[in-house]
Write a protein that binds this ligand. Structure first.
Ligand SMILES: Cc1cc2nc3c(=O)[nH]c(=O)nc-3n(C[C@H](O)[C@H](O)[C@H](O)COP(=O)(O)OP(=O)(O)OC[C@H]3O[C@@H](n4cnc5c(N)ncnc54)[C@H](O)[C@@H]3O)c2cc1C
Length: 475
């Protein structure tokens, strides 16, 4: 086949959250861009990650509300779940968003999109099918894939991952999920609420990156939903017996066994670097991802890497942040570095758990002086009105009121964390949040009340009382 060569300013490998953001930004700012994607435009987030998982959770939340409507004086209903239609709903959401990430949209913007597997031929040239791309800068945005743990028997059993679970058209009757991180826990709640029996096997504790006291609120809700959670469980072996999958695990020194109809692996991610031929391009990498500096430059000065492919926190908003950093570095030669200490994340269970900044454990390990501020949704009128009073906010502040970290667990925690992200990014002190005028009754009052509690001991004490009484004498 005849070889074709394209010369371009930027060649991006991977059209997921990171690659697409970078391509759209670069082309609209005047660079010529080639974008290479071997699979579906939109990558993990649109097709096998954020979008289908949040759609499924939304369906499951509606089912749970029907089952517990009696709180509002409405009789409970046992929802009849038509799982094939649930599948269609999830895929309709993907299809609705798809045009935004499509080849057509990017070609209209002026990007040259190649649907092919990309590989390095040498330090400067990429091959995609019969096309050679010579670019001033190359960006690797190849994302990550589910990690398949080396459990005995794993190759002999049918298992699901995030790449296949959203294709199910029949509700599993009993699903065992190995892994209690955000992906495993979100799927556990969704499937349990839709009618599956779900068992989570987790080697340590579920949601290990979150504040344990706050994660406990999610844990308790999962138990109420009926999810069986086995923590401290080390999976030893899996096997296939007629129509069931047997999972053998060790807990507290004892070997135990559980049978299920379906097995979901959610034990982490590995960067998708295979077939890239990174050695030919002299790009250093480890099993955790491509090695990059603070500006996302690899060991090859012509090549940058971003998103899940570089390991660390693997979120869509990190991939899009990386795109902004690379744009500034490549197009404007601004030596911009990636942000490290204001990374927010949310697990979209019901209740949600959201975090930004440092956790109490990290602050302790850094031997910093700190105070903990708390406020519960039970004292927020809007939460009471909506029968959503579980959970609350926990704010870690320095004794001088510098905001170090915040966790919210409860209804819409992912939205409520946002002023705190701004506050930490802008180095605002706790008073900035405490002083905000918040419309009543809104859930956002929890932020003001939590922040305001910093000043309670400073305002309501004997010294202030004496001063006030003294001043009132002159009224
Ligand atoms: C179930 C699940 C739920 C999630 N939920 C959330 C969430 O709620 N919020 C959040 O922020 N994050 C979430 N994430 C994480 C989020 O999806 C990822 O962090 C994000 O997609 C990473 O973007 P990326 O651009 O680095 O990679 P991807 O989106 O994975 O894109 C990489 C692309 O590169 C392509 N590619 C790979 N190798 C090659 C090659 N050699 N040649 C050509 N193309 C190639 C792939 O086909 C893919 O399309 C979730 C992930 C999962 C699995």
């Amino acid at each position: 086949m005849a070889q074709k060569t394209i010369q371009t300013d930027i060649c991006i490998i991977g059209a997921g959250s990171g690659g697409l953001t970078l391509a759209a930004g670069a082309v609209q700012m005047g660079a010529s861009v080639v974008l290479i994607e071997k699979n579906k435009m939109g990558g993990d987030c649109l097709n096998y990650g954020c979008v289908p998982s949040k759609s499924l959770l939304s369906v499951a939340k509606h089912a749970a509300i029907m089952k517990n409507a009696w709180h509002f004086g409405i009789e409970n209903m046992d929802p009849k779940v038509n799982f094939s239609k649930v599948h269609d709903y999830v895929h309709n959401v993907i299809e609705t968003i798809e045009p935004h990430d499509s080849v057509e949209r990017f070609e209209k913007l002026g990007v040259v999109v190649l649907k092919a597997q990309a590989r390095f031929m040498n330090t400067r040239i990429i091959q995609a099918d019969n096309t050679h791309i010579k670019a001033k800068k190359i960006v690797i945005a190849t994302g990550s894939s589910p990690f398949i743990p080396p459990i005995e028997g794993i190759a002999t059993v049918p298992y699901l991952t995030n790449e296949t679970i959203f294709d199910l058209k029949k509700l599993p009757s009993h699903m065992v999920i190995i892994g209690g991180g955000p992906i495993g826990i979100e799927m556990a709640q969704a499937f349990q609420r839709l009618g599956s029996q779900v068992t989570v096997l987790e080697g340590m504790k579920i949601l290990p990156k979150d504040d344990p006291q706050m994660a406990e609120v999610v844990y308790q809700r999962l138990l109420t939903d009926g999810v069986k959670i086995i923590e401290g469980a080390k999976v030893l072996k899996v096997s296939n017996q007629s129509k069931t999958i047997k999972v053998m695990y060790e807990k507290d020194g004892e070997t135990q066994e559980i049978s299920a109809t379906h097995l979901l692996l959610a034990v982490g991610r590995r960067p998708t670097l295979d077939k890239l031929n990174l050695d030919a391009a002299q790009i250093k990498f480890t099993p955790k991802g491509i090695v990059v500096d603070d500006r996302l430059r690899t060991s090859n000065k012509h090549v940058y890497a971003m998103g899940d492919a570089v390991g660390g926190y693997q979120f869509t908003h990190i991939a899009t942040h990386h795109a902004e950093v690379i744009l500034r570095n490549i197009l404007f030669k601004l030596p911009t570095k990636v942000r490290k200490n204001t990374i927010p994340w949310v697990t979209y269970t019901d209740p949600e758990i959201a975090h930004v900044g440092l956790t109490e454990d990290t602050v302790k390990s850094m031997r910093l002086k700190y105070k903990v501020l708390r406020w519960g949704f039970k004292d927020i009128d809007r939460a009471q009105a909506e029968h959503s009073a579980e959970g609350g906010i926990k704010v870690i502040v320095s004794p001088q009121g510098r905001i170090l970290g915040v966790t919210v667990v409860g209804v819409h925690a992912g939205e409520l964390i946002q002023p705190w992200i701004l506050a930490i990014e802008q180095n605002l002190k706790i008073g900035a949040i405490a002083k905000m005028m918040i419309p009543y009754p809104t859930l956002g009052e929890i932020n003001k009340r939590g922040a305001g509690s910093f000043f309670t001991p400073l305002l309501f004490n004997e010294r202030v009382k004496k001063i006030v009484r003294f001043l009132l004498r002159w009224c």
